[in-house]
Design a protein around this ligand. Structure first.
Ligand code: COA
Length: 141
């Protein structure tokens, strides 16, 4: 992901989430972390992206999203594969992430990669009528 990709990445972010992150957070993440995009083979359009932090042998998935019209085509899976391979290359032993309790698509995908529940953050995420819990998942590499 380059700086020039940020407007297209924000388009995906805003269409994929009810509560998207701001463009300033995205720009700061792009500078700090390992960030990748998935581009359509036909026209190079950015259809998905993922962001990973690696610190002292521990990796954290900061964000992963696929444009709604491009979901269920294994793009999220391929982005995860790329990030896990990168984390392994950085000698990370474990990968962590947080997911909304209600986010079944993401849970199903993470379970395919061997993630398990290791914690709970109560009322962590906003919803349209309150808050919901975050489930902390982890997997060993
Ligand atoms: C989660 C997300 C990134 C998955 O991306 P995707 O490209 O649609 O997922 P894939 O096509 O690679 O699917 C991989 C596996 O995840 C599971 N999965 C994905 N979407 C699913 C859905 N809607 N329902 C059930 N399982 C689903 C399936 O097991 C799938 O494997 P299969 O196709 O062999 O059945 C995507 O749904 C998304 O961007 N959601 C909004 C943003 C988000 O919630 N990000 C995660 C925050 S923690």
């Amino acid at each position: 992901m380059s700086q020039q990709d940020l407007p297209a990445v924000m388009k995906v972010e805003e269409s994929a989430y009810d509560f998207p992150c701001s463009s300033s957070i995205m720009a700061s993440n792009q500078k700090r972390y390992y960030c990748i995009v998935y581009e359509a083979e036909s026209n190079g359009e950015i259809l998905g992206y993922a962001i990973l932090s690696t610190v002292a042998g521990e990796a954290s998935v900061i964000n992963i999203a696929v444009a709604p019209e491009a979901q269920r085509q294994r793009i999220g899976y391929r982005l995860m594969e790329n990030m896990l391979a990168y984390a392994e290359g950085k000698q990370c032993m474990e990968v962590f992430l947080e997911v909304r309790e209600s986010n079944r698509p993401a849970f199903t995908m993470y379970h395919q990669f061997g993630f398990n529940e290791v914690g709970l953050r109560r009322n962590y995420y906003p919803t349209h009528n309150g808050h919901e819990d975050a489930i902390l998942l982890a997997c060993y590499l």
